[in-house]
Write a protein that binds this ligand. Structure first.
Ligand code: UDX
Length: 428
């Protein structure tokens, strides 16, 4: 099939590469000319395992990128909207990129004769956005009618950074939110060849499924962190508790790793956006609000732990191991490390940081107030206290920590590793 994708960011690029890998002819559209040129040179603009080699096998025969919609969309069967969406503040949801994409696609649809192209919303948008915002814009700018001249679907993604390509090709389920059966059939055809349960619902339900999934994952993390904080005060290892409660299939062992909290571009944003949607409906989302509050406070508990143990942190040399919100990515969006570094600086510590992938992005946040080490060993060698904030494999080398006060926020070191070390875990 001929597929168009508007927005070559994380979701768009991985979706595009995945669909091209399945044999479809894919055109990516992005206003960022630099990104477009990189993709056409088979260079991935994002740090994602396996994407560079996939691009080398797909570009230009099955995958190409353009800046302009006109160039690419003349005859595509399906057009995916994969642009960013988020909350602009604590009350408003910002759909401006999605709206701009809908207008542009509408104009392209206006020139189409015959056929039945399908527009697929894959961006994470609040429930009701496709019906209430996207469809009216598509109809206005195309002069055509949704469900008659073209189809509209909602098809949320559940990609995790670091494993996004396999998450796309081997999903737990495919959610198809449809306006009409004809459009559903086109989207089923697009995904033919992926072995996964297809869940067919209406547009709004599909949008809600995405929000609820991420909000639940966030809730699970804040739950185990709250339990972890109580365990810490009781001298109990939260991981032993998580292992035991996780044996109950109603709870499951997944996503119960206590630590400094969840970050990234999805869980914080989607949980917050869902809270905004709820308040707009006149419902106070007490649980979701608490999930975010627990998460907001969690990273600071590691700094408090260090101050409790070492006394004032003023003038102390603190080494940070790990900045990315999780291993396998260079992404610092809502990374808990940001709060830890900021709080250490605020308390007067001298900070040196090391991350195998995210240093360049970190320099945009802290150009000069912290020192950037070339290696974990170099960072630790200059420090009194070491804060482990991302579970990169290389930080599991226990020899790094001899003679240092260690504060582990990601359970990088196991109990059996730490005997003889001056070591503390945030929830164990
Ligand atoms: C997440 C969802 O997993 C994915 O389905 C959705 O599409 C996008 O958001 P991602 O943001 O890539 O994916 O990260 P994920 O691996 O889920 O981790 C999110 C955050 O939670 C990370 O900061 C991670 O360190 C933290 N986390 C995760 C925990 O603290 N404990 C856990 O047990 C699991």
């Amino acid at each position: 099939m001929r597929i168009g994708i508007v927005g070559a960011g994380y979701v768009g690029l991985v979706t595009g590469a995945g669909l091209a890998q399945m044999g479809h002819q894919v055109t990516l559209i992005d206003i960022d000319r630099h990104k477009v040129e990189m993709i056409n040179r088979c260079e991935s603009p994002i740090h994602e395992e396996g994407l560079d080699s996939l691009l080398r096998s797909l570009v230009p025969d099955r995958l190409k990128a353009n800046v302009e919609i006109e160039d690419g969309f003349g005859n595509v069967d399906a057009i995916f909207i994969c642009v960013q969406s988020s909350s602009s503040d604590n009350e408003h949801l910002d759909l401006s990129y999605v709206m701009a994409a809908a207008r542009d696609i509408g104009r392209a649809l206006g020139n189409r004769r015959g056929e039945y192209p399908v527009v697929v919303v894959k961006s994470t948008v609040s429930p009701g956005s496709t019906e209430g915002v996207v469809i009216p814009l598509l109809e206005q700018s195309s002069g055509k009618r949704a469900g008659i001249d073209f189809g509209v679907m909602a098809n949320p993604e559940f990609l995790r950074e670091g494993t996004a390509i396999s998450d796309f090709l081997e999903p737990d389920r495919i959610i198809i939110g449809g306006l009409d059966a004809k459009g559903e059939a086109v989207l089923e055809e697009v995904y033919r060849g992926i072995n996964a349960t297809v869940v067919k619902v209406d547009l709004k339900t599909a949008e809600m499924i995405k929000f609820a999934s991420n909000a639940f994952l966030a809730t699970k993390v804040s739950f185990i962190n709250e339990i972890g904080n109580i365990c810490k005060l009781l001298g109990i290892d939260a991981y032993k508790v998580a292992g035991a409660i996780g044996a109950d299939p109603r709870i499951s062992p997944h996503y119960l790793r206590a630590g400094i909290g969840f970050g990234g571009s999805c869980l914080p944003k989607d949980t917050k956006d869902l809270s905004i949607v709820a308040r707009r409906l006149g419902y106070e989302p007490t649980l979701l609000r608490s999930v975010l509050e627990v998460n907001e406070r969690q990273p600071l508990r590691l700094v408090d732990l260090a101050e409790k143990k070492l006394g004032s942190l003023r003038g102390r040399r603190a080494a940070i191991l790990g900045l990315a919100f999780k291993p396998g990515t260079d992404d610092l969006r809502k990374a808990p490390s940001i709060q830890v570094v900021e709080e250490l600086l605020r308390r007067g510590a001298v900070v040196v940081v090391y991350d195998p992938a995210a240093q360049i992005r970190a320099k945009a946040i802290w150009p000069d107030v912290v020192t950037y080490a070339e290696s974990a060993r170099q960072a630790v060698s200059q420090a009194d206290a070491v804060f482990i904030l991302t579970e990169w494999e290389e930080f599991k080398d226990v020899r790094l920590y001899a003679g240092k006060a260690v504060f582990d926020g990601r359970r990088v070191l196991k109990p059996s590793d730490v005997s003889g070390l001056n070591y503390d875990g945030i929830c164990w």
